[in-house]
Design a protein around this ligand. Structure first.
Ligand code: PLP
Length: 445
């Protein structure tokens, strides 16, 4: 279908049977009546129809179909949170005694899941620091490896993954590349188009977009190859109980996501509320509009910060000074996202004074909201790491993470500037050197 991304984000969704309301109805119900006696057995046998919301719900499936379409995947599975999406995706691939290869540059919740929880399930991990070097990924792969995992745009220092190069390494070994695409969203980057096999999201962030609900999603490319990779994933290719056909025989390339939907998500139970699914679906309808504006605003704020003498460094992939800028310009032609860090000249106390003085930016641990947010990673998200580990991730005492919202960009810059004054760090003599940024200039309006 040749329609544009923004057209598809409001039109690509499954039609419901019967009445066709323009907005997605909220099927807020634990379960569904069986219309006739045989429908119960048909559901439990062949999976027909709806029975119980943990197994399937029309509101949830509507959002799944639009996410799959926008990511260029075959199917999507909506879950209760981003953590649930990563957990279900990885447990659908790896079992006790097996291993995953993971980028060091990931969300701290994911690092905790892998280090503290999956390890207790007997799934071990090797972390790759030099994520730009395909040989480093290759060297970490073992016979028992079952997946490679990374973020498209990484948390903290905005590292960009060379998805085609790492996917090529994974595929040489018959393995899937799993990408957390939360920071980029499918509007800016569709990892499956670049060779990734599985995409996960925290839908709590840009997809829902308004800071109101939690959600997560898995999108699968639908290209599981039983002949090539079946020996690594016996749970997908071996006959079911009583000699039933294997999942791969039943659904072919969709075996991974079918296993996640049928055997992992409903058993572990991180089911999304249909009400939350509705809000995520609503958010998706304006995704491109928000992310486009947020990306432009972030670039303008990052460019301004880069000119400020109070600021030691700005880690935004949209700036030519970022080590991954060339790769970013290649993979992210429509914008570089809106979450990044910058490091103040000063210590944790300097950072505290700036955060306390900010008025338009909200101090909280979230991102992807329509409102701009700020957080001090060293004392919050990254507090479990030691100083050396934090430094390797670009997190120092003076580092702040911002998530740029849809506000007028002049207001955001004014807010940062007045916070520098209030914190007692602004160097007044430099003000005249700062170009006057206007919304019209930045947004091309
Ligand atoms: C927030 C986030 C998660 C976890 O998602 P939740 O919805 O909070 O469970 C995972 N990955 C990234 C990159 C995130 O920003």
């Amino acid at each position: 279908m040749g329609r544009g991304f923004t057209t598809r984000q409001v039109h690509d969704r499954a039609r419901l049977h019967g009445a066709t309301p323009r907005a997605t109805p909220i099927h807020l119900t634990a379960g569904f009546e069986f219309d006739e006696y045989g429908a119960a057995a048909a559901h439990f046998g062949a999976g027909e129809g709806y029975a119980y919301t943990r197994i399937g719900n029309p509101t949830v499936e509507t959002v799944e179909s639009s996410l799959a379409a926008l990511e260029g995947g075959s199917q999507a599975l909506l879950l209760a949170s981003g953590q649930a999406a990563t957990t279900v995706a990885l447990l659908s691939l790896a079992a006790a005694g097996e291993h995953i290869v993971v980028s060091t540059h990931i969300y701290e919740g994911t690092r905790g899941l892998i280090r503290d929880n999956l390890s207790r399930f007997g799934i071990t991990a090797t972390f790759v620091d030099e994520i730009g070097d395909p040989a480093a990924w290759e060297a970490a792969i073992r016979p028992e490896t079952r997946a490679l995992f990374a973020e498209s745009i990484s948390n903290a220092s905005n590292r960009i993954l060379d998805i085609p190069a790492v996917a090529a390494v994974a595929h040489r070994h018959g393995l899937p590349l799993v990408i957390d695409n939360t920071f980029a969203t499918p509007y800016l980057l569709r990892p499956i188009e670049h060779g990734a096999d599985v995409v996960v999201h925290s839908a709590s962030k840009f997809l829902a977009g308004h800071g109101n609900v939690l959600g997560g999603a898995i999108v699968d490319s639908g290209t599981f190859d039983a002949a090539r990779s079946g020996a690594l994933f016996p749970h997908l290719v071996e006959p079911g109980r009583g000699g039933a056909p294997s999942i791969a025989e039943r659904v072919g390339g969709d075996a991974r996501i079918a296993y996640a939907r049928e055997s992992v998500a409903p058993r572990l139970g991180p089911t999304p509320s249909p009400l939350n699914a509705f809000f995520i679906g609503q958010g998706i309808e304006t995704l491109s509009l928000r992310v486009d504006r947020q990306s432009r605003g972030a670039l303008a704020v990052a460019q301004w910060l880069q000119t400020r003498p109070e600021v030691a460094s700005v880690d935004y992939a949209g700036l030519a000074s970022h080590p991954d800028h060339t790769l970013a310009a290649d993979l992210l032609p429509d914008g570089f996202g809106s979450v990044f860090t910058f490091t103040l000249r000063g210590d944790a106390e300097t950072a505290r004074r700036v955060v306390e003085a900010l008025e338009t930016f909200t101090h909280m641990t979230h991102l992807g909201d329509v409102r701009s947010l700020v957080l001090h990673p060293a004392t919050t998200s990254h507090v479990a790491l030691n100083a050396e580990e934090r430094a390797a991730l670009g997190v120092f005492d003076g580092t702040l993470r911002v998530s740029i919202g849809i506000e007028d960009v002049v207001d955001l810059i004014d807010d940062l500037e007045q916070a520098f004054v209030a914190a007692g760090i602004r160097r007044a003599a430099d003000v005249a050197l700062v170009p006057l940024v206007t919304d019209a200039a930045v947004l091309g309006a």
